[in-house]
Design a protein around this ligand. Structure first.
Ligand SMILES: [Ca+2]
Length: 142
């Protein structure tokens, strides 16, 4: 009996940074977080997980993360599926659509270095989100 297996080669992309006392913080829960923009050039299933010394937690959002309504645009969240308290999930990412990964600690007041590891059919472009308040409109009157 023969078994035929087609194994597509998977590409691993890493993004390393750190949560520090200067990182963005959720004022309600006192947990530091990093907001990371994600783009892919090839549509398909990608797996995202983290390497860190702390208990990580992450959510993925389509387009952008709205800190005043954290459930809007939310695709998936995970706490410990990666083992060793690291988040892990697989998601279908579409080429040309911006996604935002919000990576944070599970417990308040925790800092430390971390690496996000993405695996999929193509490279993942990671970049820190410039601003969480890009939608803000400023009106000046005299
Ligand atoms: Ca966790």
């Amino acid at each position: 009996m023969f078994t035929s297996t087609t194994t597509a080669s998977l590409i691993v992309s890493n993004y390393s940074s750190a949560l520090t006392n200067d990182s963005e913080i959720d004022s309600q829960t006192n947990r530091y977080f990093a907001s990371i923009d994600i783009m892919v050039n090839t549509t398909g299933y990608y797996t995202l997980t983290s390497l860190s010394q702390f208990d990580s937690y992450a959510c993925l959002y389509q387009d952008y993360y709205n800190s005043s309504n954290s459930s809007s645009n939310q695709i998936i969240c995970d706490d410990d599926s990666g083992g060793n308290y690291q988040f892990k999930f697989s998601v279908y990412l579409q080429s040309g659509i911006p996604y935002t990964l919000v990576f944070r600690t599970f417990s308040p007041g925790v800092t430390g270095e971390f690496t996000i590891v993405g695996t999929g059919p193509d490279q993942i472009d990671f970049s820190p989100t410039d601003s969480l308040e890009e939608i803000t409109t400023t009106t000046t009157s005299k």
